[in-house]
Design a protein around this ligand. Sequence first.
Ligand code: ATP
Ligand code: MG
Length: 262
Amino acid sequence: MLTITFANQKGGTTKTTTCVNLATALAMRGLKVLVIDMDSQATTSMILGPVSDEDTNTVYSVLINEIPLKNVIRKTRFENLFIAPSNILLASAEIELVPKVGREFMLKLSMSDLDNQFDFVLIDTAPSLGLLTINSLTASDYIIIPISCDILSFVGVKQLINTVNIVRKKLNPSLEILGVLLTRYDLRVRLSKEVERKTKEIFGDLLFPHYISENVKLREAPLQGKVIYEYAPNSRGARNYLEFANDFLKRVKKLTKNTKSN
Ligand SMILES: Nc1ncnc2c1ncn2[C@@H]1O[C@H](COP(=O)(O)OP(=O)(O)OP(=O)(O)O)[C@@H](O)[C@H]1O
Ligand SMILES: [Mg+2]
């Protein structure tokens, strides 16, 4: 079982889109996947859920009432794909965690009896480097950083790398960056080239080989509560995320061959 956090403290860098569509792509290939929603905006839970605002059997209770994660895991409409959902109640967890002993380890501890039930655990995070994201990174083997080419989403990325280094030093020595994914790439837009150049400069080989294009279907799918393979299976966006799933699996395979267990 490998745990991977999607993080970028800048808002709207396609963390959720990437997490949800990668998770579904992996599940469609027969891999057993759990998605944990660590964002109180709860877009992931709306897409894979639904979950009501009053529901208390969520990640909030895991972190604050210290119930095992497995107690809140639910099936989704996709075979092999499961979710530990959140809703707006998670917003107060950031503050309620502060006085807790071992506050950075709450998610990791809650996962201790998952054993190897899943091939992959994918964690979607909020645009913040607060305690919820720190909990996600502490519980993870890898981080994936999505960078959206329509905004200057590499700004602040140094701070993110810094946070990864601090987590590695103090909380989780085995955390590594799995890769950086460029999304919303539009050849016709100069900003895309600029973001690509800067991102290559900062991350080099960590960049995944295929990019996700700017694609209207990817923008529309969450508004219908759908993943791209339901909403527009023949779209460029769908093809792009299937390609990314291949890149992801190749990279994981290469990295885990000698080091981490799978
Ligand atoms: N390839 C794409 N082409 C066009 N629009 C996209 C693409 N990918 C994502 N979007 C849209 O961009 C917006 C931001 O995406 P998303 O919600 O995944 O970002 P996020 O990083 O999770 O945001 P937040 O930081 O608020 O959690 C959404 O409206 C989404 O539908
Ligand atoms: Mg999001």
